[in-house]
Ligand binder design. Structure first.
Ligand code: FES
Ligand code: FE
Length: 398
């Protein structure tokens, strides 16, 4: 699609309305999404606890790309492009494991955990192994969270670091572990999945379990008083009520979207669980429950919800134009013991049932959007973040 054609589509987009069908269906636009957004932004790859020992690795994959996140012998982390420097085969085929070296399954070129090419048989004498290590992309470790950026010259991570560190510190996510992670494949364009995450207009009809406890399911006027109570108590238990709101706002800060704000849980809930009771030990340095939860966003497609006893992370990645994956990770203190301090079933219950429901509504949304009769409708007051997302998205792909 010509730039002018995209420009016309963007100009025709009605303010305050959801996106036109073409943005979810056109292969050129999908390619542009990958190019402009996913190949340029800081993306959450995983948690440091998933590669605790030298030689540990896992794959972070989306659309056509595959990155091997490794820990080398010295303990340093690397983000290596999983494309053989010989003829381009995937080098690593298993999603996670421990390996001193990676041997390409095609012709056997062998790479170290830092990407160095160690061996390649039958090559001419003047072959310079030093020039054919695996390519690498930028990696940033932030409070135990591993972010990668595939751009040659990434946007600085510093603004995220400067604004988000104080709020995240008390949770000590650098000393947390992934108690459970699950992939939820969604038969829908990635934007429909992210848009759904950005608004809670759907929470009442779609998420009765979530709506019992979370104020965002109700209009703000109903919970402002509760917010004051939570703020006062948050300070007592060692939590920050820092308010950071750069979600979908600054086109010039593209790729470093960030958000951090605490809001109340309802009806005496202490955490996001089946009955509102804790499902894991208090996180990090917290000394009690304040009856609140913090919404987090880092970069365009990583969202989180920090309760006092666990943190849930949601990462959205595209697979194809009409398919995406929501990966949900549940973090608890690294020394918490399954069976004694938490049960995976109870820990994951709320956000498993909620994400299953989201998968269904997002897929139904895609089916309707595919119809020749689909026409974008107006957004409600409870969809202001989606409205921001739409504007941000249009600026990002312009
Ligand atoms: Fe990897 Fe040939 S493509 S060794
Ligand atoms: Fe939802």
């Amino acid at each position: 699609m010509e730039a002018a054609a995209i420009g016309n589509l963007i100009a025709a987009q009605r303010p305050g309305f959801c996106l036109e069908q073409v943005f979810y269906r056109d292969p050129d636009i999908y390619a542009r999404d990958l190019e402009r957004i996913f190949l340029n932004a800081w993306l959450y790859a995983g948690h440091a606890s998933q590669v605790p020992e030298p030689g540990d690795y896992f794959l972070f994959e989306f659309a056509t790309e595959s990155i091997i996140v490794t820990r080398d012998r010295e303990g340093a982390l690397h983000a290596l492009v999983n494309v053989c420097r010989h003829r381009g085969s995937r080098v690593c085929l298993t999603g996670k494991g421990r390996a001193r070296r990676f041997t390409c399954p095609y012709h056997g070129w062998t790479y170290g955990a830092d990407g160095t090419l160690l061996a390649a048989t039958q090559m001419p004498e003047d072959f310079d192994k030093g020039s054919y290590g695996l390519k690498r992309v930028s990696l940033r470790l932030f409070h135990g969270l591993i972010f990668v950026n595939l751009a040659p010259d990434p946007v600085p991570f510093d603004t995220i670091e400067a604004e988000m560190s104080a709020g995240l510190s008390p949770y000590r996510l650098d000393r947390a572990k992934v108690a459970h992670a699950a992939d939820y494949p969604i038969a829908a364009n990635w934007k429909l999945a992210v848009e759904n995450y950005c608004e809670c207009y759907h929470c009442r009809p779609a998420h009765p379990e979530y709506s019992r406890a979370h104020a965002l399911a109700a209009p703000p006027a109903q919970w402002q008083k509760d917010l004051e109570r939570v703020k006062a108590r948050a300070a007592e238990v060692g939590l920050s009520t820092d308010f950071v709101d750069h979600a979908w706002l600054d086109a010039d800060a593209f790729g470093t979207e960030r958000q951090f704000w605490r809001y109340p849980l309802l009806h005496g809930h202490q955490t996001g669980s089946r009955d509102g009771e804790p499902v894991a030990p208090l996180l990090g340095e917290l000394t009690g429950y304040d009856g609140g939860a913090t919404d987090i966003q880092i970069g365009p497609v990583l969202f989180g919800l920090a309760y006092c006893d666990h943190v849930v992370l949601y990462r959205f990645t595209p697979v194809a134009i009409d398919r995406s994956v929501c990966q949900v990770s549940w973090l608890v203190n690294e020394d918490a013991v399954e069976g004694r301090d938490y049960s995976v079933e109870e820990l994951t219950w709320l956000w498993d049932v909620t994400t299953q429901a989201d998968k269904t509504i997002i897929e139904n949304n895609q089916k309707g959007v595919n119809s020749r009769f689909f026409e974008p409708g107006p957004l409600s007051n409870m969809e202001r973040f989606e409205n921001r997302f739409v504007r941000w998205y249009l600026a990002a792909v312009t």
